[in-house]
Design a protein around this ligand. Structure first.
Ligand SMILES: *[C@@H]1O[C@H](CO)[C@@H](O)[C@H](O)[C@H]1NC(C)=O
Ligand SMILES: *[C@@H]1O[C@H](CO)[C@@H](O)[C@H](O)[C@H]1NC(C)=O
Ligand SMILES: *[C@@H]1O[C@H](CO)[C@@H](O)[C@H](O)[C@H]1NC(C)=O
Ligand SMILES: *[C@@H]1O[C@H](CO)[C@@H](O)[C@H](O)[C@H]1NC(C)=O
Ligand SMILES: *[C@@H]1O[C@H](CO)[C@@H](O)[C@H](O)[C@H]1NC(C)=O
Ligand SMILES: *[C@@H]1O[C@H](CO)[C@@H](O)[C@H](O)[C@H]1NC(C)=O
Length: 770
């Protein structure tokens, strides 16, 4: 390092001597400046929640490791090309593939894989903090997308005036975040967090040493969590796993919330067996650093003591371990495995620029066995469930059944407990347990858990489903109530549940009698780049029911649609729609849906009108949907559908005789085709907002047959000619027998006979024999 500096200074000298020729590289000097540091008195160690080997140490220097500090490291620095100025780091956050740092009030993105830096764009005011979360349950896009959302803000500014920024691409690009009603909020900003476990954005408001969360979305919109003491400047840790656990800490304060900040409690401190202080403040200790993982919490104090606590459902105290000389200004804590805690201290090397790391592992389970601590033994031997750490989806009208198994210690009867993190969205329908068979001398308990979306078991307000257009999430956690702190190896069971579209759901239109089967269309011809013509009188390219100006040549996409469904023009018809999930038939869809012919064919109508469909308000139709879109592309789906039977729909029923264009649901509405044979390609879309979160839509084709082919002439002329020919044949039938008896008749008969004889000779005219 020193050598480098000397070379650089030498080259700088050289530079000033020969100013005319820019030979030198001045920026070499600046590398020394861009070694990052944190000015906080405390140290922090942030582990990547999904990759346990990646971590960032924040102290007097920063260290970034990819192997859990298993090798010496030079202090983490930012390239001079980023031109950060003072390289002071105030906040750091891992967002999926990147590490975000706030350096000198600006956000920088470090790509972990490519080892490259980028400055974020879109932030116009200085910021001090960033926040976000990660989902490690699954590689499903739903889970991976959690890490793309990042907030950047300035801690401590008046909330009514401050600028908050939001990114939905891991912090590369930020936009101004408009928090509804922000101007009315009183207090300073303690942080803003996307609380996925509750599907809410939470703003922490600080006002006169009290703080509380304000939530953004229905049903908690603009409501507050309970106020709690806010002493100092609290660091906030979102515990990985989307369970809704938050930890707030500062030198004299340690608080925990298990429901995304709705209730925040001080963590109690057990100094000796039997002495429990209500808070860190009351225990008179000073926190140096805190480490937390999904299940546990550890605290190192400036008094050189180590404390440990479980993050179980009901426990909220930390217990002091026996004293040992472990503290130093640079010491940090990290959990490296279940029940293993490490005290990590970077050590400078006088010979080498890289730092070494001193590690001091603590086996929590072994320490807790110390009889002096008087800790009760864990009452549970095994808690297992195959849903642990997995992701599930619950769509509307579906439920989820999970099971777990518990083996208690002989002679004890611990109480298992299940909790959902977002009770507004997800209901715990059933949770029970039964004593099962004996297993290795233990009684095995089977836990049954049944989950359902809240809306569908009658407790939630009916507006709930439609008010949530974006999917929500929740986690389910199964743990033991009042678990002893000694249950270090007994991990609670958790699964993440997406309450949203089940991407495996598809709709299919039943095609039992196809036009190919009945011989109306030739499948070979259909497959061979088949095309057909739609006459200009039958379609409107603008879907407004106006005749087009020229005929349309349509290519038939056989690969996509197969053979069309056969329909007789004369029979009112509606498709039979099937719901499939992951390739398995589920049910016939009874929900409301709409159809549109993709080429603009309008030669069909509906059997019901607004009136006969018993609408209480004016129903929507394709015209109104198109008008609402104001020229941009439009779709009619669960998000814009409003039922005309909905008592809250206040559109007056002004035109009761318009066709009712919604099929399925409570009405018997059907399609009635005009007298026209041909192929129709329909797009079907389920519009019932209560059927599924998915946009269920598909295309299918029908072939209408049996209609009298319309002649080229006007229908009036056709009828006239038809009448004339009928009259003529009636007249002929009457006149011919009469005529045959007259002289003219006889002559005519003779002519026919001679013609027939001639014919018999010259050709094989069988008809003439008579
Ligand atoms: C939340 O929103 C709903 C509907 O959007 C509204 O009826 C309710 O009054 C709001 N609640 C609060 C506390 O503002
Ligand atoms: C905050 O400080 C006050 C005294 O200033 C103290 O009474 C209170 O217990 C502290 N709260 C916490 C959570 O530490
Ligand atoms: C738990 O579920 C199993 C199978 O689903 C069932 O046989 C058992 O009766 C259930 N137990 C209770 C207590 O409901
Ligand atoms: C549903 O929402 C509408 C308007 O947002 C409101 O008038 C109605 O009272 C709500 N229904 C319930 C049951 O809350
Ligand atoms: C299919 O037919 C269309 C129109 O008849 C024609 O333009 C196109 O080239 C044909 N494609 C093939 C692969 O024959
Ligand atoms: C669509 O509904 C509007 C009233 O909402 C009505 O004026 C119009 O005629 C309807 N269009 C069709 C094609 O039925």
């Amino acid at each position: 390092m020193l050598v480098l500096m000397l070379v650089a200074i030498a080259s700088l000298r050289l530079c000033s001597l020969a100013r005319a020729q820019p030979l030198c590289r001045v920026q070499t000097v600046r590398t020394g400046k861009d070694v990052l540091y944190s000015s906080s008195m405390t140290t922090r160690l942030i582990k990547h929640p999904c990759n346990k080997n990646i971590a960032l140490y924040l102290g007097r220097q920063l260290f970034f490791t990819r192997n859990n500090f298993e090798s010496s490291l030079p202090p983490f620095s930012i390239p001079p090309s980023m031109q950060v100025g003072i390289p002071e780091v105030t906040s750091a956050h891992f967002a999926g593939p990147v590490l975000l740092l706030v350096v000198n009030k600006k956000v920088y993105v470090y790509n972990i894989k490519t080892n490259s830096w980028t400055a974020s764009t879109g932030i116009e005011h200085p910021v001090s903090h960033i926040s976000g979360d990660n989902c490690c349950y699954s590689k499903h896009p739903f889970c991976l997308d959690i890490s793309i959302f990042v907030f950047a803000y300035s801690h401590g500014e008046q909330i009514s005036q401050t600028n908050i920024y939001f990114s939905d691409n891991w912090g590369f690009i930020f936009e101004n975040y408009i928090h509804e009603g922000q101007e009315q909020l009183v207090g300073s900003l303690g942080g803003i967090f996307y609380l996925f476990s509750l599907s809410q954005i939470g703003v922490l408001l600080i006002n006169q040493e009290k703080a509380k969360f304000e939530y953004s979305d229905y049903p908690l919109n603009h409501s507050f969590g309970l106020p709690f003491d806010y002493n100092g400047t609290l660091n906030i840790i979102i515990i990985p796993g989307q369970k809704g656990i938050l930890i707030f800490w500062f030198e004299k304060s340690l608080l925990v919330s298990r429901n995304s900040g709705q209730l925040v409690f001080p963590v109690q401190v057990q100094e000796r067996p039997g002495t429990l202080y209500p808070s860190v403040f009351d225990a008179g200790i000073t926190i140096h650093t805190v480490a937390a993982n999904e299940n546990a919490l550890a605290v190192l104090t400036q008094e050189d003591s180590l404390y440990y606590g479980s993050l179980g459902i009901l426990t909220s105290f930390i217990i002091k371990f026996a004293h040992q000389d472990i503290w130093s200004q640079q010491a940090a804590l990290m959990f490296t495995g279940l029940g293993i805690l490490e005290i990590l201290t970077p050590l400078p090397d006088s010979e080498f620029p890289a730092f070494d790391f001193q590690k001091c592992p603590v086996n929590i389970q072994a320490v807790l066995m110390d009889p002096q601590l008087q800790v009760d033994v864990c009452k549970v031997e095994i808690l297992q469930g195959d849903f642990d750490n997995k992701m599930y989806t619950i769509d509307m009208n579906s439920k989820l059944e999970l099971t777990a198994m518990m083996i208690p210690r002989p002679g004890t009867s611990p109480v298992p407990l299940a909790m959902v993190s977002n009770p507004h969205a997800l209901g715990l329908n059933v949770f029970n347990y039964e004593d099962g068979y004996t297993y290795d001398g233990n009684t095995k308990h089977r836990l049954n858990i049944s989950l359902k979306q809240q809306q569908h078991w009658g407790r939630a307000d009916p507006n709930f489903t439609s008010s949530i257009e974006k999917p929500t999430i929740s986690t389910i956690t199964v743990d033991i109530a009042n678990k002893e702190i000694s249950c270090v190896d007994l991990k609670p069971l958790t699964a993440i549940i997406s309450i949203g579209c089940d991407l495996k759901k598809k709709i299919v239109v039943q095609n039992e009698i196809s036009a190919c089967y009945k011989g109306n269309l030739d499948p070979v011809a259909l497959q061979d780049n088949y095309s057909y013509i739609i006459e200009k009188e039958a379609y409107d390219p603008n879907f407004q029911g106006q005749k087009a100006t020229e005929d349309l040549l349509v290519h038939y996409p056989y690969e996509k649609l197969g053979c069309p469904l056969l329909i007789h023009y004369d029979s009112p018809w509606k498709p039979v729609v099937e719901l499939w999930q992951a390739g398995k038939f589920q049910e016939i869809v009874e929900a409301e849906y709409v159809l549109v012919e993709v080429n603009g064919l309008f030669t069909y109508t509906y059997s019901l009108t607004a009136d006969t469909a018993l609408c209480s308000s004016q129903p929507q139709n394709w015209t109104t949907i198109r008008e609402e879109a104001q020229g941009s592309s439009f779709s009619w789906d669960r998000e814009n559908y409003v039922s005309c039977h909905d008592p809250n729909n206040d559109a007056p029923l002004q035109w009761p005789n318009v066709p009712y264009q919604i099929l399925g649901g409570p009405t018997e509405n059907k399609i009635i085709f005009d007298q026209r044979n041909g192929i129709y390609v329909f797009l079907i879309s389920i519009v019932d907002p209560y059927y599924s979160y998915c946009h269920l839509t598909t295309a299918f084709s029908v072939y209408v047959y049996g209609a009298f082919p319309l002649p080229f002439l006007m229908p009036e002329i056709t009828i006239f000619l038809l009448m004339i020919s009928i009259l003529l044949s009636v007249w002929l039938a009457y006149m011919i027998p009469k005529l045959l008896h007259t002289e003219l008749g006889r002559r005519l008969t003779g002519y026919w006979v001679s013609l027939c004889n001639r014919c018999r000779r010259s050709c094989a005219c069988f008809q003439c024999r008579h």
